[in-house]
Design a protein around this ligand. Structure first.
Ligand code: AHR
Length: 510
């Protein structure tokens, strides 16, 4: 039996968590848009052709932002193709994903959909085949109230009120050889800076994200990030990070992916801090981890280009094991909430996604939906820094805790949430949670995501094969703010406490 202990003190506040930390991403890619959120012939389609079952599942995630329209797609996409009468829009070659883009859904329709699911768009401007001028026009179309060519055109297209898109990515993965019109760091740094200037002149309230390295495995990492920031430090608000994690055959290494993400964030913070010092700047560069997930890139099948509209691309099916990794990555994002202000699970529907659809049929959620939903709903408030005593294990990312954890205090509601994982796939873990500084705490609930088979997945036939269960909170030994629980091997756990009024227990008892 493993033993672990968490001491959570209410004054050990590390950060106020930015609400945008659990955002997501929809790209014109595979069946994300077409046959994902939009399927006009589906029995559950609404008057605009959006699937109502998908809307409900997305709504339940309470997403603050959805990044749109790409991704690699972005670098060949011209937003003007997606506005105006639907029947007059051009069908284009999508070179990034080698498919045909009908442009039936453009910014106006996507905005309408985000209103239905209760979220906001994180816009992206094309820095591949696109120009700074075109980026400015896009922003003007979206955010300028009225009285100019582009704003009046939006009104003419049926949107009298501006979309008010506040957060924008300047391009996507511009260091990647796969990116259409990839650039070297100095070239992109200058283009991003000049685009940022135009965008802030049009709408000074926007916040801008500049492309960092496409991942820590890039040969140019982290030099790319340094050079970009040296060019555009004062003009942008966030530096982006992207990273995907995959099981290469060793479950312990895969389960330790959270440590790899943590090291990536630490290195990028150090790089950004270096540029801050170099520039004698008082501004701290915050991070936007706007693509993260488990993605089995090695399993992608080659296919004939420009066939099948829409094509099924990147449709990974996730197991419990994958869900535990997603949970661990979410815990790492929380524990870095002092620097990471935005993060997008990539992606949301059908493409490496927590939500899947069957054309003409059902929509169901994958295992990864559950930890992501827990983090999104309950990972808001003050991030506390618990004292964690956990057994440790050696992995390809070094020595890591068996039970990574994050604690979030919702002071106004008088609630505390602890997220933790037993990453040991065989041995249960006896956990002691000590809430000595909170008076009169009581356990509200404990939910657990686990399965006898860590490779079990949900499917259209078995949509509930893996789903969270409520554990008996009376199983927690109550007394003086100390709780005991036994975590199953390979389990994702959410513990929620109500906190009472009054003096902290440890002051009373000393
Ligand atoms: O999310 C899938 C792809 O991964 C995105 O299009 C790209 O930005 C990244 O390489």
């Amino acid at each position: 039996m493993h033993k672990a202990g968490f001491v959570v003190e209410k004054d050990w506040v590390k950060a106020i968590i930015d609400e945008r930390l659990f955002s997501s991403f929809i790209e014109h890619l595979g069946r994300a848009v077409y046959q994902g959120i939009y399927e006009p012939n589906h029995p559950l389609a609404d008057e605009q052709g959006f699937r109502k079952d998908v809307i409900s599942l997305v709504k339940a995630l309470h997403l603050p932002l959805i990044r749109y329209p790409g991704g690699n797609f972005l670098s060949g996409y011209h937003w003007k193709d997606g506005i105006g009468p639907a029947g007059e829009r051009p069908v284009r070659l999508d070179l990034a994903w080698q498919t045909l883009e009908s442009n039936r859904i453009g910014i106006g329709e996507f905005y309408d959909w985000t209103q239905k699911v209760g979220t906001n768009i994180m816009g992206c401007v094309n820095m591949g085949t696109g120009t700074p001028k075109e980026a400015g026009e896009f922003l003007e179309y979206c955010n300028f109230e009225k009285g100019t060519w582009w704003s009046d055109l939006r009104i003419h297209h049926g949107h009298p009120r501006p979309f008010g898109i506040k957060t924008w990515c300047i391009g996507n993965e511009m260091d990647g050889s796969w990116q259409i019109c990839a650039m070297d760091a100095a070239e992109y740094g200058k283009k991003a800076r000049e685009t940022a200037k135009i965008m802030k002149l049009i709408d000074p309230s926007v916040e801008l994200v500049v492309c960092g390295s496409s991942g820590p495995k890039m040969p140019s990492y982290p030099e790319w990030d340094r050079i970009i920031l040296e060019h555009a430090y004062e003009q942008v608000d966030y530096l982006s990070l992207h990273s995907y994690y995959e099981n290469f055959g060793n479950d312990d290494d895969f389960l330790a992916s959270f440590a790899s993400m943590d090291a990536f964030i630490t290195a990028i913070c150090a790089t950004a801090n270096y540029v801050k010092a170099l520039k004698r700047s008082t501004k701290t560069m915050f991070l936007s981890f706007d693509e993260w997930n488990v993605w089995y890139q090695g399993r992608q099948q080659p296919r004939k280009p420009f066939t099948g509209t829409p094509a099924s691309l990147l449709e990974d099916h996730y197991s419990l094991l994958d869900a535990l990794v997603v949970g661990g990555l979410g815990i790492t994002l929380l524990n870095n909430a002092d620097r990471v202000k935005i993060a997008c699970l990539a992606q949301l529907v059908n493409v490496i996604a927590p939500i899947m659809t069957v054309p003409g049929g059902s929509a169901f959620v994958q295992t990864t939906y559950y930890p992501f939903r827990d983090l999104s709903l309950l990972g808001r408030g003050k991030l506390l820094q618990p004292l964690i005593t956990s057994p440790r294990k050696e992995t390809c990312y070094g020595d890591v805790p068996v039970a990574p954890a994050a604690a979030v205090y919702q002071e106004e509601e008088g609630k505390l949430t602890i997220f933790t994982i037993n990453t040991d796939t065989k041995i249960p873990l006896d956990l002691t949670v000590n809430l000595r500084s909170f008076h009169n705490s009581s356990a509200d609930f404990w939910t657990e995501l686990s399965s006898e088979d860590i490779h079990r997945k949900n499917s259209p036939e078995h949509p509930e094969a893996v789903q969270p269960i409520a554990r008996e909170v009376t199983a927690l030994a109550l007394g003086k703010g100390v709780y005991h629980l036994r975590l199953k091997p390979a389990s994702w756990n959410v513990l929620r406490f109500t906190l009472g009024e009054g003096d902290p227990l440890h002051l009373e008892t000393v």
